[in-house]
Ligand binder design. Structure first.
Ligand code: 4FV
Length: 244
């Protein structure tokens, strides 16, 4: 999986993605991340990459030329057009389903805006999709770009220790995850649920499914509405809601 990031703040991307699981996957070439500094493509003698908005208004707008030339520096070496994603509050809301879909693109160019945004004409020229990470306004598209890289990379075989690390977790199956416990067996007088030390895996899986259904019902009923619950799950949920 290849990610090319067009940004004015390459050090921000580098600093975060070089760490932990994603950092290891990058190091081991399971994923490829190319960070392209838009400012390197500014033809302005002062390397300017933004200017005042036509029509007035506060804030600055990113220039089209440096972005377009940065983009050409990528596709000029390719015999295909990678999907270009512009991170913006106007985009389709990102979620696990979209991550699974984008993983299949194998090569994504992520365009990070800043200030009031980017000159519309270069967006019309190069952008295939706009994606938002949430209905709030950030100072830049770098954090959203890293959210996409982190979430999509986790779905790439070899990035997580084993496939099951993501296939039975929150939202992967549309439900919230069951509660997790680890040593010590007793913490502040609270013991680990007996079932989890029973060694009876069928019962443990049933208990976990029940907890996932109950939590989703209580915390994110909107997610439950999206799911066609099997009768067995409906029974499990009823059981869970009767328990103290
Ligand atoms: C954003 C979001 C976001 C808007 C102006 C960057 C900022 C500045 N991107 N999801 N929410 N972007 O707030 O993706 O250009």
């Amino acid at each position: 999986m290849r990610f090319d990031v067009l940004t004015l703040f390459p050090q921000v991307i580098e600093a975060v993605l070089r760490e932990s699981i994603i950092g290891r996957a990058w190091e081991n070439k399971i994923i490829e991340v190319n960070i392209i500094n838009i400012r390197d493509f500014s033809k302005d003698k002062h390397k300017k990459t933004d200017d005042y908005p036509y029509g007035g208004g506060n804030g600055m707008v990113m220039l089209a030329q440096p972005i377009y030339d940065a983009y050409l520096s990528i596709i000029g070496k390719l015999d295909y057009k990678p999907k270009v994603i512009y991170l913006s509050p106007q985009g389709r809301l990102f979620d696990q389903e979209k991550a699974a879909d984008l993983k299949n693109d194998r090569h994504l160019v992520l365009l990070c805006g800043h200030y009031e945004g980017i000159d519309e004409r270069v967006l019309e020229e190069i952008v295939d999709e706009e994606i938002s990470v949430g209905d709030y306004v950030l100072t830049g598209g770098e954090l959203p770009a890293m959210i996409l890289i982190d979430c999509i990379s986790r779905l790439v075989p070899g990035v997580l220790s084993n496939e099951s690390s993501y296939s039975d977790e929150s939202l992967y199956n549309g439900l919230l995850e069951y509660p997790q416990y680890t040593r010590p067996y007793e913490f502040m007088g609270k013991k680990v649920p007996e079932i989890l030390v029973s060694g009876h895996h069928a019962n443990i899986n049933r208990w976990r499914r029940k907890q996932s259904l109950k939590r989703t019902y209580l915390k994110r009923p909107d997610l439950l509405k999206k799911l066609e619950l099997k009768d067995e799950d409906k029974k499990l949920l009823e059981e869970a809601l009767q328990e103290p």
